[in-house]
Design a protein around this ligand. Structure first.
Ligand SMILES: [Zn+2]
Length: 96
C-alpha cells in the first residue's frame, strides 16, 4: 500500500486553498417571476426608506409582495431591488 500512502501524504502536504467567499449576484431588468437560484415564485420587492401607511402598501406587505429593507446604504453601492422569500437571494436591478 505504499503508493496509497504517497498519495495521501501528497494531499496533506498541499495547502488547502480556500476560495474567497463571493456570493453570486443576480441581476434582472424587471421584477423576476422566479428566483434565479431556487426557482421560487415568492419574489418580493425591497422597499427602502420609511414605508408609507397606505392601505395598498399594507396589503402588499401582508401578501409578501413587498419587504421593508430599511435605509439605503450608499449611492455608489447599488442596493438589491428584489428578494426571494424562500432562499433569501437578493436580486439587483440592471438597466436594460
Ligand atoms: Zn430563491
Amino acid at each position: 500500500m505504499e503508493s496509497l500512502d504517497y498519495a495521501v501524504r501528497d494531499k496533506l502536504s498541499q495547502p488547502h486553498v480556500r476560495q474567497p467567499f463571493r456570493p453570486e449576484r443576480f441581476y434582472s431588468t424587471d421584477k423576476p417571476k422566479q428566483c434565479p437560484r431556487c426557482r421560487s415564485v415568492l419574489i418580493a420587492e425591497l422597499l427602502y426608506g420609511e414605508p408609507g401607511r397606505s392601505s395598498e402598501l399594507i396589503a402588499d406587505l401582508k401578501a409578501g409582495r413587498v419587504v421593508p429593507a430599511g435605509k439605503t446604504k450608499s449611492a455608489d453601492k447599488p442596493d438589491p431591488r428584489w428578494k426571494c422569500l424562500d432562499c433569501q437571494t437578493l436580486i439587483y436591478h440592471k438597466e436594460s
